[in-house]
Design a protein around this ligand. Structure first.
Ligand code: GNR
Ligand code: NI
Length: 172
């Protein structure tokens, strides 16, 4: 098990489209363990392989409320089958854009099909934070970030801030 470094914006790898996973093997199982460990350490409620520079369609999430037992999930080759008409706006953050939080409007509920680590196809409807997290992570697998939903002025300000942060971290 290992905590792996998370890519920070701007990084061209965060803009790449990830490739489907051909089969669940030991490499994928080991990656899933590292991704969950990295996510909990951060801490975050989700993490896409793209954020570790691995261009595979896999993400992990645990959106259980803080006082509830953990509910880690590993999602491989996700497909959105249905989204609710109702929009829902909530504040989002991203481990690849540290300390930036902005309101984003997404679908309130989603129905997703995915491949589990058990090798089985799963299908389930999600709401609340799970629905937000799924849409955020799926965007990562397609090279999208939540700042893409903001206006150009705000987006450019955030990119400048992250360039500065990376420079400071590099010097430290
Ligand atoms: O930890 C995270 N919190 C979060 C809060 C609101 C909406 C989305 C997220 S996902 C984020 C972790 C992350 O960057 N996943 O890609
Ligand atoms: Ni993110």
């Amino acid at each position: 098990m290992a905590i792996r470094p998370i890519l920070i914006l701007p990084d061209p790898r965060l803009r790449k489209v990830a490739e489907p996973v051909a089969e669940i093997d030991d490499t994928i199982r080991a990656l899933s363990v590292d991704m969950l460990e990295t996510m909990y350490d951060a801490p975050g409620i989700g993490l896409a392989a793209t954020q570790l520079g691995i261009m595979k369609r896999i993400f992990v999430m645990d959106c259980a409320p803080p006082d509830d037992p953990p509910q880690p999930m590993t999602i491989v080759n996700p497909e959105i089958l249905w989204t609710s008409e109702e929009p829902e706006t909530s504040e989002e953050g991203c481990l690849s854009i540290p300390d930036v939080y902005e309101e984003v409007t997404r679908h309130e509920r989603v129905r997703m099909r995915w491949l589990g680590l058990d090798g089985e196809t799963h299908e389930q409807e999600f709401g609340d934070r799970w629905a937000v997290c799924i849409q955020h992570e799926l965007d990562h697998l397609d090279g999208k970030l939540f700042i893409d939903y903001l206006g150009p002025v705000k987006r450019r300000m955030i990119v400048s801030k992250m360039k500065k942060l990376k420079k400071e971290r590099g010097r430290a």
